[in-house]
Every structure is written in C-alpha cells, then in structure tokens.
Design a protein around this ligand. Structure first.
Ligand code: HEC
Length: 287
C-alpha cells in the first residue's frame, strides 16, 4: 500500500478536515443570529495587493470624531499612530495639535494624586464614559462598544461552502461590510415594520442587520459631516469611510503584512525554481 494512503493517515486527515469545517460552522456570532447578511462592498484594502486609501481614512476619522466619538471610545488607539505609514497619514504637527485637544489622566504624582493634563501624541484616546454603568445610564441601558477592534470583532457568517471560496479570494472585510450595512441598510424605512413577534423597547430601533432591536438610533444623515475633498456627503459615503477607518484602527499593519507576504511568495517561487534545477543537475547521471 502506498505510504501516503495508510488508513491511520486518512483518518487523521479526516479528523483535521472535520475540525476545520466544524470550527467554521461554530463561529456564528450571537449578534448575527437572525440578522440579514450584509452586502459585500468594494474596499481598497481588499485582496493581496490591497492598501488603505489615505483620503478615505482621513474622512473616516472626521466622521468618527464628529459623530461616533460622542458615544464610542477608541481606547486602544494611540494618537501617534495617526501619523504612521500605511495609516491616515496625518503629519506629526497635526497629531500633536489633535492630542492636545483631549484631556487625559496623568500618572500619579509624588502625593499620589492623579491629575488631568493635555493629551500628547503617545497617549491613547481617552474613554468617553468612565465605566460601562455610566455608559449604560447615558444610552438607555445599552453600552456603546469601544471601537478600537470593532471592525475585527464583528463579522459576516458565510457558512459552508462560502467560506471555502473566501479562503481563496482572501475575503477578510467582514467587519467593514457589517458596519456599513448596519447603518445604511439595517434601519427600517418609514413604511417598514419589525418582523412579527419582535418587541421593540421604547428607546430601541429594529435593525435588520443586527437582527434585533438595537440601542443606537441611526447615527448619520446626509450632509451631516462636511467633506472638503469633494467626496459625496451621503450616509453611504460616511459609513464607507468610517468603516474603512475602523478597519485600519483594528488592523494598522495590514499594508506592511501584505507587502511582506508578497515578497515571501516571490522568494518561495524563486527558491522552488532553484531547487528544481539543482535536483535535475544532481540526479542527471542517475537516469
Ligand atoms: C448617541 C450615542 C451613539 C452614537 C453617536 C453612535 N453610536 Fe454606535 N452604538 C451606540 C450604542 C448605545 C450601541 C450599543 C447598542 C446595543 O448593544 O443595543 C452602539 C453600537 C454600535 C455598533 C455595534 C453593533 C453591534 O454589532 O454590537 C456599531 C457598529 C456602531 N454602534 C457604529 C457606530 C458608528 C459608525 C457611529 C458613528 C457614525 C456610531 N455608532 C455612533 C451609541 C451610539
């Protein structure tokens, strides 16, 4: 029997595949239960050569700052990263000025007091609410999640066989697709009603993508944020931009990683070629 097809090996392979497929099936997140599938969008950072669009990240940051930051914090993001390569590309001076607009808590002084001071580029975005309880009180019981990792923490379930294709197309933009769809398509139009049997609390808003009543009113309206680069001032564009910004916040080294990956593949192709010709040469006399 050929070594490779020993029963024990085949069984091992079957177990490995079952684990892989089973794990994918179990990844259904709670918030997606009953929620509609978001429509997939085109993102500049998709695919093996994807890169963030600097202008879009800057617009997205503007939307975050003028709208979402009233409730959502960005507590794992340091101001300085806004000037990093592969990010929104603000200048050091802009970042310094921006950080100074925020008040942060200093480290304890000699007397053990923790005093407030102006933010510096090395600081992180401060919390919007001191704790979840305060956040819930201010938002009718719902807590606005921190946005630092939101674009990675939310997703779309593709299930079998969809996720197999996603491996080959390198689809990883579930988070931005979800955020975009949640705000643009999720909220009910005036003539739509929540599905039968769903009770929406007085301060809730039924959202089709959330699949339930959500404690956040639709946060954007056309014309709400002013763009200076001529991009359309629509909810669709705002949401696209803020979702791209949040994708960067959650994965700031995407560009570097994709570049490294590309170099590695080229290296492996060249190495494979060299190995092939070396093998031919060494075994040339043996045939
Ligand atoms: C007035 C406060 C407020 C503003 C402004 C606001 N949100 Fe929210 N948001 C909330 C609250 C509260 C929740 C939690 C809702 C819940 O769990 O029912 C939430 C939840 C979310 C969620 C998570 C949904 C999930 O799957 O758990 C996303 C995404 C989101 N907001 C995006 C945004 C974006 C983008 C903006 C800015 C354009 C924004 N929000 C502005 C209050 C706000």
């Amino acid at each position: 029997m050929i070594e490779m097809f020993k029963p024990s090996r085949v069984a091992g392979l079957a177990v490995a595949l079952a684990t892989l497929f089973g794990a994918a099936g179990l990844s259904q997140p709670a918030w997606a239960e009953g929620g509609e599938q978001p429509t997939r969008q085109q993102w500049s950072f998709a695919g093996p050569f994807g890169r963030y669009d600097q202008g879009q990240l800057q617009r997205g940051f503007k939307v975050y700052r003028e709208v979402c930051s009233a409730c959502h914090s960005l507590h794992r993001v340091a101001f300085r990263t806004l000037a990093d390569h592969g990010g929104p590309g603000f200048t050091e001076g802009q970042v310094k000025a921006l950080a100074a607009e925020y008040t942060v808590m200093d480290v304890p002084n000699d007397k053990g007091e923790v005093l407030e001071r102006k933010g510096r580029p090395a600081d992180y975005f401060p919390l919007v609410y001191p704790n979840d309880q305060a956040a819930a009180v201010a938002n009718n019981g719902a807590v606005p999640p921190d946005m630092s990792l939101l674009a990675k923490a939310r997703g779309v379930k593709s299930g079998f066989p969809g996720f197999v294709f996603d491996i080959f197309t390198q689809y990883q933009e579930q988070g931005p697709d979800y955020i975009h769809a949640l705000i643009t398509d999720g909220y009910l139009k005036d003539d739509e009603k929540p599905p039968e049997g769903v009770t929406v609390p007085p301060n809730g808003h039924y959202n089709k993508i959330f699949g339930a009543s959500i404690g956040m009113a639709k946060p954007l309206a056309d014309g709400q944020v002013e763009y200076t680069d001529g991009a359309p001032q629509t909810v669709d564009q705002y949401t696209r931009d803020v979702a791209a910004f949040l994708a960067w916040a959650a994965d700031p080294s995407l560009e570097k990683r994709k570049q490294t990956g590309f170099v590695v593949i080229i290296f492996l192709i060249v190495l494979a070629g060299l190995l092939y010709y070396t093998k031919k040469k060494i075994w040339a006399d043996a045939h």
